[in-house]
Write a protein that binds this ligand. Sequence first.
Ligand SMILES: [Zn+2]
Length: 449
Amino acid sequence: MYDVDVFASPPAHLSVEARITTTTTGSFALVAPSASVSSGTDVEGLVATDDRGRPVVVQPAANGYHVAAPAGAVRFRYRLDFQNGVALSSTGAGLNETHLYAVGRGVFVAPDPAAYGRERPYPVIRVHFITPPGWHVVTAWGVDEDAYAPPTSGALFGSTLAAAPDYRIYRDTAGGTPFVLAVRGERHFSDSALEQVIAGSLRRASETLGGVPVPEVTYTSDLGWKGRTSGSLQGRASVGLIWEPGELLGLARTHDLFHETLHLWFGGAMDTDRWWTEGVTDYFAARLEAEWSGRPEDLADLCYQSLRNYQHIERDTSMTMDQEQRENVLGDNTTLLVYRKGMLAGLLLDGAIRRATDGEATLGDLARRMLAYARQAPDRRVSDARIRDYALEVGGPAVERVWRQVVAGTALISEADVTDALRAVTGLPVAAPAPIAKERKSLIGHPKP
Ligand SMILES: [Zn+2]
């Protein structure tokens, strides 16, 4: 049981108390939020006792603590400090007098999931929040409940946790799956417009990829800093969105929303290399947004925009997407091959599959095969070699050639390649627009590995 006490007045912090029952004597491992990554939180003053208040030895370990536990109950408490009042991104945390935004793995010191397996189930966890009066609590495990019960360790660490007095909460169903939308802050569009985009993204994605892979989805939308728009999937079922104040719901933002929804499948239900998880996700997001809005030119705009950004990446013909990922090249999504070339690779594969099959098959058929495999694969993992095999099955040698040149290789993607593929996908001639003066804002977040 975790009691999480939210102190919103300065110095804003959380005070967390937990009680864990163990059946065996000996040390056990607790994992803690990592101070080195962007969680935006620091654990201070962790102390542990047994049920009678006698101190228990706690030793710092690589990613948390080792607790020398007697059999029975161990109690521990800590203070969680926040580096920022407002989260810097959807994967970070912020707490001030008006709101809390955080991610489960940035908050909880909890038994290490690595120590549990099939035969030894993760401890049953319950979480109780104590917030300032009138605050609504939003988690992926429910909204405004007395106590939450994250069903798995993944759900405990992979949830958006948010609280504020002014969350506006909506419940709806789309694509056969219930979702919760919790929004705060003002923007230049209505909450129902946002809700419709989310519902549209769930509907289009489930039609294309098969049913929503989780029983319920939570979307949390909070205000961030100017220039810091960010979205990400936390765990398997929780989408956190941090948007600029005064945001417009233009094509860039609807595309982002489709992208985050698609992470329920790509990144949630299956794990692949980043060119697919980010780049092909971005392509599907553009295609499905265009189908949903009835504007094929949206797909063309986003693909040509991707092409312009890709042309500015100096390593575009010297490094493969796989190399870029392995060498951990940093940058925002306008400057990375895995995003920009990955999106174009999705388009080119989709075009090639449609041409090779006279429109009988699409990239969605390839994705469905991958998802079916991931359902029974260790760690939901689908390797590039397997994707290539499925691509060959779905579209034959012409698709394999695109794979060799663009996914596995470093052949330059030209404007004509993009125009041809767009025609194959939309059935319409879509010429490249004049170069775009204003580049797309960066979307910082991505699902954790
Ligand atoms: Zn992403």
